[in-house]
Write a protein that binds this ligand. Structure first.
Ligand code: GTP
Length: 428
């Protein structure tokens, strides 16, 4: 029973979407024209993005989606009224000005607000904050409508109104502050979510002045912004699942995926850092981490069509699709040698040179003598054959060869079926 429930989980989202579509088709809400269907797009994309945010525990993205949908819902009835009656409602100007004024700071506040460990508390706090902000805006709109319109339309500085200043100055100011606040995190931490937030806000900035001339622009920009936020969320979740955080190499899950698609001819190399336990014990775990990063960077540069993965701990796998052991050996040997020759200066704030050229200099020649650190790796290699037909069997054989390489004195490459390490010669 439990297994049946578990197996049905992947069907939940597609079934929910199909259910909504069926309900719409059978209900009176089904739009009668394609134009009205387009008007539903932000809601459909917003619903999908919200479900994804909840599934991946991204409360921040969930609220950014809600904020964009709220702005859409505030403005859209005014555009519909204008299209139907050929004129705007009495309160349209103030609603537009207030929405344009408050959207950038509220969006930015919720974009910068760090997520908490407890999603339920996080949702509650954000709901309260959003509720208070909206209530405040409503009260101001209710009691100060006259003064507010004048104040928002006022030009505080005697600047000419040209295409780069398409909105009233107070609104330009809140957009400018938001751009600054959203740009900083995207420079410091180059994540897809930050880029999506910044571009989404920019898209609103360029579109808002034109929505009364082109009412469909609001639907399109809201849909595009929601797609950006949802796509960034999927991108980051995918990245988290498939990329090893420490080394930046694809991780075990990515390797497993790759192994399923390798076909009938390939070679795998299993590599392991030599005496790494002792290295960690002597120099500390942080320096150990730096070594793993260095080893990963060298393995990433492997030639001959190989691709490196972090298998786990201090073990890495290199996959050579379509290659035999003989074709791969020179490239594997070259990468082993590059690691052996790399002398690392641990990143200690007290000893690290400020100048990068000086840092690079330390990696050469006399650096080892000057207290630089270096490690070696051992490598076991196996290729797919009739006897080693599955990726698991090839990995097992490469692992056995790795064990032999360790026994043969480490810092060498051992091919499956060989008794002695491969001869040391450079890749051509
Ligand atoms: N710094 C650091 N150490 C790690 C990480 N993952 C695994 N290790 C360490 O890697 C070491 C692996 O040691 P072993 O597999 O026993 O290898 P060894 O006996 O030292 O060396 P060989 O016999 O040459 O394989 C352990 O001390 C782990 O704690 C990591 O992400 N960072």
């Amino acid at each position: 029973m439990r297994q049946a429930v578990h197996r049905s989980i992947p069907f939940l989202l597609p079934l929910a979407l199909a259910g909504i579509a069926l309900l719409l088709i059978r209900s009176q809400w089904l739009p009668h024209s394609l134009v009205d269907v387009v008007g539903l797009l932000p809601w459909l994309i917003g619903a999908l993005g919200s479900v994804l945010s909840l599934v991946y525990d991204r409360i921040r993205t969930l609220f950014l989606i809600i904020i964009l949908l709220l702005a859409y819902q505030l403005l859209m009835p005014h555009l519909h009224f204008m299209l139907r009656h050929g004129e705007v409602r009495a309160d349209t100007q103030l609603t537009f000005l207030l929405t344009a004024l408050l959207l950038p700071p509220i969006f930015t506040l919720f974009a910068l607000w760090r997520e908490r460990a407890h999603p339920f508390k996080d949702i509650l706090l954000r709901l309260i904050a959003l509720g208070v902000l909206l209530l405040g805006a409503r009260i101001v709109q209710q009691y100060f409508s006259g003064q507010l319109s004048n104040w928002l339309l006022d030009n505080w500085l005697p600047l000419p109104s040209f295409v780069l200043l398409p909105l009233p100055q107070p609104i330009m100011l809140t957009f400018a502050i938001s751009f600054g606040a959203l740009t900083l995190p995207s420079i410091l931490d180059n994540r897809p979510a930050h880029a999506a937030q910044l571009v989404a806000m920019s898209a609103f900035f360029w579109t808002l002045p034109y929505i009364f001339r082109h009412p469909e622009a609001l639907t399109l920009v809201t849909t595009a912004a929601l797609i950006m936020l949802s796509a960034a969320l999927v991108h980051e979740s995918f990245h988290m699942a498939f990329v090893d955080e420490l080394t930046g190499l694809p991780g075990r899950r990515a390797l497993n995926e790759k192994l399923q698609r390798l076909g009938r001819r390939y070679t795998l190399a299993m590599t392991d850092v030599d005496h790494f336990k002792k290295f960690n014990d002597t120099h500390g775990h942080d320096v150990g981490d730096q070594v793993l990063k260095m080893v990963a960077a060298q393995l990433r540069g492997v030639t001959g069509g190989g691709k490196a993965y972090r298998y786990g701990g201090e073990e890495f796998t290199i996959v050579f699709p379509g290659k035999s052991i003989a074709q791969c050996l020179p490239h594997i040997e070259a990468v082993r040698e590059s690691i052996e020759n790399y002398v690392m200066q641990p990143r200690d704030r007290n000893t690290r040179p400020g100048d990068d050229r000086k840092g690079a200099g330390r990696r050469t020649g006399s650096a080892r003598a000057a207290g630089g650190l270096s490690v070696t790796i051992s490598i076991g290699v196996a290729e797919r054959t009739a006897q080693l037909a599955t990726p698991e069997e090839v990995i097992k054989a490469a692992d056995k060869s790795l064990y032999k390489a360790k026994n043969a004195g480490r810092n060498c490459v051992m091919a499956h079926g060989s008794r002695a390490p491969a001869k040391r010669k450079r890749a051509g």
